[in-house]
Design a binder for this molecule. Sequence first.
Ligand SMILES: C[S@@+](CC[C@H](N)C(=O)[O-])C[C@H]1O[C@@H](n2cnc3c(N)ncnc32)[C@H](O)[C@@H]1O
Length: 243
Amino acid sequence: MGQPPPWLWDLPLVDLYSVDIIGFMYDVPFVATPEVVVRRMLQLARVRPGEVLYDLGSGDGRIVIAAAKEFGARAFGVEIRKDLYEQSTARIKDLGLSDKAAIINASFYEVPLTDADVITMYLLTTVNERLKPKLEKELRPATRVVTHDFEVPGWRPVVVEEVYEEWRSHKLYLYKIPGKEIPIPGKVRAVEDRWLGQVAQHIDGAASLEEIATKLGVTIRQVREALEELRKLGVVEEVKIIK
Ligand SMILES: C[S@@+](CC[C@H](N)C(=O)[O-])C[C@H]1O[C@@H](n2cnc3c(N)ncnc32)[C@H](O)[C@@H]1O
């Protein structure tokens, strides 16, 4: 008898019973994250309304749907299988979520992720390892990455949590992309708009987007959008990215 393929041991044992055969043609078979674990992943990542989330390998779309419906995110799934893409897209439409959620029928290696605030993944350690250079290159500082059961080798998680669900426990890893985005003041000082003025007050060439967002109680995305306006007005010269 030949040796089993090495990736077989990478799968959660118990899920082997429910694994689909077509799935083995791709990097990772379709195994759904239980709903209670989905919710916990999104809570751990602190997904907030208006934030952009990508679920890499979105399966039946449950993470994308929960992120849009319950957390108010703009959520995208990337799913290579046409049948799962069609099924999850139909579900999104039936739920009336098409303005907030969408599935992209492609390989996650091919889809740009620069706009993400949050990434979720239920893949395999070997696949996470292959995705790592792309994530490191494209994701902005302070982007949150939550993985279910499989680590990103070499990254240090901010939180590791065990979630118990019916008959097995699930391990969740929360990572935060290191580095800072720092807005550098421009020559113009005065701003009429109240909200832009509030953001401008915190721009000193040292405070990061994340720090400004925390002080103002808003999302990094909201600060980034304001900075784009402030850059046009000459209040911000540039946003330095320190990785
Ligand atoms: C373990 S399932 C996770 C499904 C969903 N994210 C969840 O947690 O319920 C992994 C999914 O990744 C998809 N997949 C595998 N390789 C892929 C690739 N290269 N690009 C996009 N999707 C892929 C599979 O078809 C499968 O639906």
